[in-house]
Write a new protein. Structure first.
Length: 129
């Protein structure tokens, strides 16, 4: 039943923006994914926009495997819910630009996160699907 509700919920999402620039100043978004047991997971994360594309990042969190298992997710931004595909970014140049944007936007908060959760983490593009 829960899986069916999540499917209906994710199917009702709006298409993702083709350009995220107008959302660049949004501080937090909610990632809407599905746990391994098919229960819904909602996680609040920061948003960075680079070259018109939206990005999130995470470490080895409990919800990251959800994105690996089922990358077609939802994301709630400023009250609107969009259908996106979480695409792992491994290209060093783009990763560097995105990480630099998180540092610029979130300043000392981002530095603190790096101290508490060291390591490269996972950078994900919120791609249209």
């Amino acid at each position: 039943m829960v899986a069916a509700l999540l499917f209906v919920f994710l199917a009702a999402l709006e298409p993702a923006p083709s350009d995220w620039t107008s959302l660049a100043e949004v501080e937090e978004v909610q990632v809407l994914s599905e746990n391994e047991d098919a229960s819904p997971e909602e996680t609040t994360v920061w948003l960075a926009v680079v070259a018109g594309q939206g990005f999130i990042r995470t470490g080895d969190t409990s919800w990251y495997p959800n994105l690996v298992r089922k990358p077609d997710i939802g994301v709630r931004v400023s009250g609107k819910e969009y259908a996106v595909r979480a695409e792992l970014i491994e290209e060093p140049g783009l990763r560097g630009k995105v990480i630099a944007e998180f540092r610029r936007k979130y300043g000392w908060s981002d530095v603190f996160v790096d101290w508490v959760f060291p390591g490269d983490g996972h950078v994900l593009r919120l791609a249209p699907r």
